[in-house]
Design a protein around this ligand. Structure first.
Ligand code: AMP
Length: 419
């Protein structure tokens, strides 16, 4: 299979699907350009080889063309980061896009307007709320049909297809997956970012050095069930923390005060504990909590065992005993996956537990462990603590990363390498 380093783009036009779905403020200023920066190495390499790039992306969730979601707002920043003038096509398909793509010379770049201005991108019809079942079925069929034309047209602009949009790799959309059918095996490849993400996940999930420890935090167990189940077949230690702690504590008869809990998941919690035992996984739950008398940074605080939280109090972070337990396990690990904070890290008074986890991961990484941080707020944690450069890999993907850890095959990856 071709890679960014083996492929020579000289004289070629590349359609590069990126994820430039960046947050904008009300004046269309980019408030975080991480996603643009992440794709720059791929774009630069193509231009440096003497190729040209046609950049495709989505922005937001438009229901059709809308100025608010136009990629023209981010064009200047792309040019700045790329260090080259980038042209713009006001529509991602049609005469203007076609002519501008055809006129591209080596070293030139063109940004297409938001792909999601067309329903064909996601393959989902845009229907009114009162559409009948029959109308819905007809519209679905139509959009699937026209999706073929849409991808064919996009593909016709280029000689080679590069997918560097990890954030949407779990979607079987026109430009993230279907378009690949129009290119032969030697002319479709992963961009650097997507390749790096795949390599990092495979290092954790398939080429694992043991002991392997996963730390799952966040607010709820319900959103993490599939991941936890898949991880139980892979890990030596599973640390479950954050808000889900209290669902486990309550399931075994604990008093959790006003802590966050999913009452309909008590049986599931017991089932997961039994499953961990059956599979010989060392399941580590928090022993104690830093408790608060309300959900705020300035709340009155105290410490309590997770199953003895008084009424009127709630657990918002792990306590010192749990910090010690977690650190001990993490420190001795060779592979580490961290998904989700172990407390309400957004409040400075309740970020100490997540800091301890982050510190332990950094220490283990220094001793040679491979550490992957990703999928949600744990990325915000390592950024807050200034430790993003001290772990092995920080993933840019939310849903895509989580689906890979669940063991799913992502359409955007399969479309290029076949599995
Ligand atoms: P998730 O998106 O599921 O990874 O959840 C992340 C969120 O979980 C963060 O915003 C944390 O503030 C929150 N969280 C972590 N621990 C707790 C807790 N003990 N109580 C309430 N929320 C929590």
């Amino acid at each position: 299979m071709q890679t960014m380093d083996t492929f020579n783009f000289a004289g070629k036009k590349a359609f590069v699907r990126v994820d430039f779905n960046v947050p904008l403020d009300e004046n269309f200023n980019i408030t975080d350009d991480t996603r643009i920066r992440a794709a720059i190495p791929t774009l630069k390499k193509i231009l440096k080889d003497g190729g040209s790039v046609i950049i495709g992306s989505h922005l937001g969730r438009p229901k059709g063309p809308a100025d608010k979601f136009s990629l023209k707002h981010i064009l200047p920043r792309i040019s700045e980061l790329l260090g080259a003038d980038v042209q713009f096509a006001n529509d991602c398909i049609g005469e203007e896009a076609e002519a501008k793509a055809a006129a591209l010379r080596p070293g030139e770049a063109l940004l297409l307007e938001n792909l999601r201005f067309y329903a064909e991108e996601e393959g989902k019809p845009r229907l009114s709320a009162d559409a009948t079942e029959e109308e819905t079925a007809k519209a679905k069929k139509e959009v699937k049909e026209s999706q073929k034309e849409f991808t064919k047209e996009l593909a016709s602009y280029a000689d080679v297809y590069v997918n560097d949009a990890f954030g949407t790799a779990h979607r079987a959309h026109a430009s993230t997956a279907l378009i690949a059918d129009h290119f032969d095996a030697g002319n479709k490849l992963f961009g650097y970012l997507l390749q790096n993400e795949i390599t990092a996940v495979e290092k954790v999930m398939n080429e694992t050095q043991h002991p392997f420890t996963a730390i799952m935090g966040g607010s709820k167990v319900s959103t993490k069930i599939e991941i936890i189940k898949n991880l139980l077949d892979k890990v030596d230690n599973l640390i479950l923390a954050g808000g889900m702690t209290y669902t486990f504590a309550k399931a075994f008869g604990g008093k959790i005060g006003g802590s966050i809990v999913e009452d309909d998941k008590l049986d599931l919690a017991k089932e997961l504990v039994a499953l961990a035992k059956e599979k010989g996984v060392n399941l580590v739950l928090a022993a104690d909590a830093k408790i608060a008398d309300n959900f705020s940074n300035d709340a009155k605080t105290g410490f309590a065992p997770v199953d003895e939280i008084p009424d009127g109090w709630e657990g918002l972070d792990i306590g010192p005993e749990s910090e010690k337990d977690f650190t001990e396990v993490i420190k001795n690990s060779k592979t580490i996956l961290w998904n989700g904070p172990v407390g309400v890290f957004e409040f400075n008074n309740f970020d100490k537990g997540s800091r301890a986890v982050s510190n332990a991961i950094v220490d283990a990484t220094k001793k040679g462990a491979f550490s992957l941080v990703g999928g949600g707020d744990s990325v915000a944690c390592v950024n807050k603590f200034g430790q993003a450069d001290e772990v092995s890999y920080v993933s840019t993907g939310g849903g895509a990363l989580l689906e890979m850890i669940e063991g799913k095959v992502l359409p955007g990856i399969k479309a290029i390498r076949g599995y």
